[in-house]
Design a protein around this ligand. Structure first.
Ligand code: TXA
Ligand code: MG
Length: 307
């Protein structure tokens, strides 16, 4: 059910859960300080209680309520990339956020989303938790219809159109004196180097990732996915426009190899369209381009294929 800004604000203030648009993906929003609403978010998503939530702020200044002090580099990062698809994980004041939101950690993830409707909403409601608005394990939602696919046609969605970025925010975590990346995302890690003097190292492959969410199954359509260099026998293909593929095979195209932004914009809609078209198995063209945003696209496809 599509609802307008005023209705969304009223429902959220009353403690209801509403799907909201951001520039990355849709979020399943609730008041950050309403325990019942927070529990409803976990239940709706079937999200493990050990996976903490991001708090969305109306502006960078709102961080002051939650923290005693900020780590080195925070101010510059916030000034440059907020509002925008960057999440920063910070140590917080004891008791400023319910334990269910942090999953018991002494840190909290924050971001200021760059979407005009949600910016207006946050000004009306104050800080909101919002994990991606998909059932846990499924591809994220980049369009209201994707939210309705996972939560039903009657679920309230504040309609902000199609998300402009299409992949989630890049997560940076201040750890042992440096910013580390907990999740690849819409901002390539190299973009932080001019500001920090180093490129944040990615910490997702270790046994104990800084980001608890990296433990879990992610982004998977029902269709079985695998990577192949030889696509002659492919039942369906996820590939690139401008490349030669066998004739008469269903094709799902991420755009050209020159345009990683287009690939990230298309990614989740494409994965969801496999299921809409009842494709049981698709092969991914393993010859993926390298560099920048392609690393995020590759990581999402690998996760989608690994479940
Ligand atoms: O673009 C985005 O970030 C979207 C939109 C809706 O804002 N949100 C999103 O939320 O992707 P979610 O819940 O799907 O992913 C949040 C990730 C999870 O992997 C979680 O483990 C991690 O953030 N996270 C949350 N709090 C954390 C913390 N205190 N320390 C480390 N990682 C944390
Ligand atoms: Mg998610």
């Amino acid at each position: 059910m599509r609802i307008d800004l005023q209705t969304a604000a009223e429902r959220l203030k009353k403690g209801e859960v509403v799907a909201i648009p951001t520039e990355t993906v849709y979020g399943l929003a609730a008041r950050y300080d309403d325990l019942t609403a927070i529990q409803a978010v976990f239940d709706l998503k079937k999200r493990p209680a050990s996976n903490p939530l991001i708090i969305h702020l109306p502006d960078p200044e709102s961080i002051a309520f939650f923290v005693e002090s900020v780590p080195k580099g925070f101010k510059e990062l916030a000034e440059t990339f907020w509002p925008g698809p960057m999440t920063l994980v910070l140590p917080i004041k004891e008791g400023s956020v319910p334990k269910t939101v942090t999953a018991g950690l002494n840190t909290q993830a924050f971001r200021v989303p760059d979407h005009p409707i949600t910016e207006a909403l946050l000004k009306m409601t104050g800080p909101l938790v919002a994990p991606s608005a998909n059932l846990s394990g499924r591809p994220s939602a980049v369009d209201p219809s994707h939210v309705e696919e996972d939560f039903g046609i009657d679920f309230p969605v504040l309609d902000g159109g199609r998300c402009s970025q299409g992949v989630e925010s890049t997560i940076l975590i201040y750890h042992e004196g440096r910013w580390k990346a907990g999740r690849l995302g819409a901002i390539p890690l190299g973009a932080f180097a001019p500001l920090l003097g180093y490129t944040p190292a990615l910490s997702i492959d270790s046994k104990k990732p800084l980001c608890p969410g990296q433990h879990f199954r992610h982004y998977a359509p029902r269709a079985k996915l695998s990577f192949h260099h030889d696509l002659k026998q492919a039942p369906a293909i996820i590939g690139f426009s401008g490349r030669e593929y066998p004739a008469d095979v269903p094709l799902f195209l991420l755009g050209t190899v020159q345009d990683p932004s287009k690939a990230s914009y298309e990614l989740y809609a494409l994965l969801r369209s496999l299921d809409r078209q009842e494709i049981k198995e698709a092969w991914i063209d393993a010859d993926l381009p390298e560099g920048e945003l392609w690393e995020t696209v590759r990581e999402r496809l690998k996760k989608a294929a690994s479940s």
